[in-house]
Design a protein around this ligand. Structure first.
Ligand code: PNW
Length: 448
């Protein structure tokens, strides 16, 4: 029997980037600094002092990038809109030149037959919002975000149908205000942490309302969230059940209120005396039904039944296989189990909004990076995605992270996630072997 890993005709293949990571043109056409500009320059936490000032210069080279996307054959491009381009001081005047850039990008994509999928927020809060309101510490930031979503929906919804409000809650809440990792790199109290998360969730809900109220044609609204993925160590009912429980429990700070409109009791109990007062009515806004669930999928957590009706996450052995970047443990099963648990818990259409890896990218033959490390990763994560589709789970599309090498946050340019190599000295783009592989997969609609 020949085993294939097919994808149906209407399965959407795409690739993703984010504004601060690729655009550059940091001080152009009225854009003011975001918290990431400040962090890259002043915190000392970004490797080699790298910044997104120029990055991939996508702001000027987007036409060339669209041509590369067209040649790749993707049906959709997931990119993010920079709040500090659209409303540079966060809550004041709208900057027409910022809107003009995304107009050009969107029109170029549509001309190339590629659907624009827009993320409203991929971590680049206007610095002014941090300075004036304390960023996500304040409800005012959520309100300002709602207005930014309204402006954006009015400007682009005649051509953009698919929207993501936020990218990865944990990366702009806990990692910024509790773990001192990302800007503004603070270590606040647990109580303040809850408030930060609550305000961010509220901003998501206000944005969902703003998009739906202002869209010129019926929009589809979702998020691009990165929960952790407990995977059953053995595919038997007892471990599957334990892993599903773990999936909901461990991700309860974000996905439960968004998908169920309530904070789970265990989470509130865990907060204990640190639980601040909060507006219960906000949960109706936070928990509005979405059109799809976007999930970023990278690494697994191996999980087993603990024999007491609960679950146990198994720590990684010392030499567990991982990709180039230190946190990226290999676990291709996440695309299957992530989709399946999301469907079983919340009955939603799922898109994989990010999946990919950084590689050594150090083997060049005849002018091409032969990234067989990325290839083996990509092939097996996609096989598991195909498994989910074949078993009837509602996985509707896949976006590879990333279209091209870019500014990898605190790792600067030292980690390369692209299908396309970028020479930052010359801005020359060169497709890697994995680009050729993905192109053929898209053409034949099966994993090769
Ligand atoms: C995502 N982790 O971030 C982001 O959405 C992208 O902007 C980023 O470039 C990409 O994944 C690769 O890192 C993550 O530590 C950052 O588990 C960190 C983690 C996961 C995702």
């Amino acid at each position: 029997m020949k085993i294939e890993y097919p994808f149906p005709k209407d399965f959407l293949f795409g690739a993703a980037t984010a504004s601060y990571q690729v655009e550059g043109a940091a001080a152009e056409d009225g854009r003011l600094p975001s918290v990431w500009d400040t962090h890259a320059k002043n915190s000392g936490l970004v490797k080699n002092g790298d910044t997104g000032d120029v990055a991939c210069d996508h702001y000027h080279r987007y036409r060339e990038d669209i041509a590369l996307m067209k040649n790749l054959g993707i049906g959709a491009y997931r990119f993010s809109c920079a709040w500090p381009r659209i409303i540079p001081d966060g809550d004041g005047a709208v900057n027409q030149k910022g809107i003009d850039f995304y107009d050009r990008l969107i029109d170029g994509l549509l001309e190339a037959g590629i659907e624009p999928w827009m993320t409203l927020y991929h971590w680049d809060t206007p610095q002014a919002i941090e300075d004036k309101f304390g960023g996500w510490r304040s409800r005012k930031t959520a309100e300002a975000f709602g207005r930014y979503a309204e402006v954006t929906a009015k400007a682009f919804s005649d051509r953009v149908t698919n929207w993501f409000t936020m990218n990865e809650f944990v990366c702009f809440t806990n990692r910024c205000y509790l773990d001192a990792h990302f800007p503004p790199a603070l270590s606040l109290s647990q109580k303040e942490g809850f408030e930060v998360r609550h305000n961010a969730l509220l901003a998501h809900g206000l944005a969902v309302q703003a998009i739906r109220a202002n869209a010129k044609k019926t929009p589809k609204v979702g998020i691009a969230e990165n929960p952790v993925y407990p995977i059953p160590v053995i595919e038997t009912e007892e471990h599957i059940e334990a892993s599903r429980k773990a999936f909901r429990a461990i991700n309860s700070q974000y996905l439960t209120p968004i998908m169920e409109g309530a904070y789970p009791a265990e989470y509130l109990e865990r907060m204990g005396a640190d639980l601040p007062g909060y507006n219960r009515d906000d949960l109706k806004i936070i928990g509005q039904k979405l059109d799809f669930l976007g999930l970023n999928m990278y690494f697994p957590l191996w999980c087993e039944n603990d024999g007491k009706g609960g679950f146990r996450i198994i720590p990684f052995p010392k030499d567990y296989p991982k990709m180039h970047i230190s946190w990226l443990r290999y676990g291709p099963d996440v695309t299957y189990w992530g989709t399946r648990f999301a469907k079983e818990l919340w009955n939603m259409d799922v898109y994989i909004t990010e999946n990919g890896c950084s590689g050594g990218d150090d083997k060049e033959i005849d002018g091409q990076i032969k990234d067989t490390d990325r290839l083996v990763y990509f092939r097996h994560y996609l096989r598991n995605a195909s498994r989910a589709v074949q078993e009837g789970y509602p996985l509707k599309g896949y976006f590879h992270w990333s279209l091209m090498d870019n500014f990898e946050w605190n790792e600067g340019f030292s980690e390369r996630f692209g299908l396309i190599h970028v020479d930052y000295a010359t801005q020359k783009r060169t497709p890697k072997l994995s680009y050729d592989w993905y192109r053929q997969v898209i053409k034949e609609r099966r994993v090769l």
